[in-house]
Design a binder for this molecule. Sequence first.
Ligand code: GDP
Ligand code: IMO
Ligand code: MG
Length: 429
Amino acid sequence: MANIGVVGIQWGDEGKGKIIDFLSAYADVIVRFQGGANAGHTIVIGDKKTILHLIPSGILHEGKYCVIGNGVVLDPEVLEKEITELKKLGYMKDDKKFLISGLAHLIMPYHKKLDQLKESRVTKKIGTTGRGIGPAYEDRTSRAGIRVVDLLNKKVFREKVRENLEVKNFLIRRYYKDEGFKLMDILKKYDGYRKLLKKYSMDVVSFLETCMAKKKAILFEGAQGTFLDVDHGTYPYVTSSNTMAGNIFAGSGVPPTCVDYILGICKAYTTRVGEGPFPTELSGPEGDLMRKIGDEYGSTTGRPRRCGWFDAVLAKRSVYLNGIKGLSIMKLDVLDGFEKIKLCTSYKIGKKYYTEPPMDVTGYYKCEPQYEEMDGWKTSLRDIKTYEDLPLNTKKYLKRIEELLNVKVDIISTGPDRNSTIILHNPFR
Ligand code: GDP
Ligand code: IMO
Ligand code: MG
């Protein structure tokens, strides 16, 4: 059995949730390896829509193991809510099938407050989700972080929160002139989470090692997208984790040789939520139309997503960075009404043309995207389930994407529903 990774190759919200849910039918274990509740992964089955922020998108399939790896920053408040809601809907019947790494770092109330305070005070906002992601990863790196395993030991937890509050309260009260936190309040609140996390936490490294020895099929679920990667994204307009496939290994504790195939999830156009450069952005009526037809509003914050044409310069870099073996092209149906469809093939900066993205955001702001124009298909693709039924112009568009990125399209999505999916090659088969 193969192990596969699924990552977003643009700025997130590519439709990872839908495809991970689809592929979970063929997997035994689904693992999230980075990010936190900044993610919003949507799964649509018939008239039921489920948005997951922390729990892996395989959870709607009974009998699969769903795992939160050490690379995730875990907000117990969101987790508790998500578990309650899923159980109410009849999912998560077997508690033994949901596992959390003891090494995952916790999001604390002061992380969320600091995230929001920082965003509200700076002039150059990132447009974060306000979920405390940045401050939690900062603490992890500076070795001040508090992990699930630390919460399980009452004494250790108390001491770590006390130490942290000395610094965090100083910053919140003195620098931001806001209200700090009381030790006892946090301890009381997290006492309840201790019970919850004790039930699910374990040595995930050892669990996954055993799964591999038994030749189980593992699906690694990425969150965000490659251009939100803290190193390779449009820094500083990025999230605070490595979102690319390379982090599957550090973020779940598996060796780099264990993954056989990486699937790149990619919209047939481009969207971005939050601040930062976006060369192919359409700020006029065409962008509004994409937003309206694609229902492009954030799954986590409800913010309108910025929309624009497909950017092959960025997508090609992502294919390389992630070692993408196949693409899943999402939301093709959103382009149904467009007379002409554009693909950005290079950036012009000054008099020069570039097919590689610039290293600095100033380069992105200066560049003029260069487009190829193709005829639209002007007919509804909604819910088409076979490649043969796609119009010729749609096939031409897909072929052109394959040529530009030098990688094959393995999956095509023609609607939000689990079943509105064309599988040309199933990576698990
Ligand atoms: P993720 O974060 O990558 O999982 O993506 P989101 O769930 O945030 O956003 C993708 C949105 O597009 C969701 O509302 C999905 O239900 C929807 N979606 C996924 N695939 C398709 C598709 O092929 N067509 C249409 N119209 N919507 C889709
Ligand atoms: P999924 O997994 C789209 C964006 C935020 C902001 C930047 C930093 O659903 O694709 P953060 O809260 O992480 O510090 O915010 O990253 N962002 C996302 N954009 N999809 C996501 O996740 C995102 N997670 C974070 O909007 O610009
Ligand atoms: Mg999303």
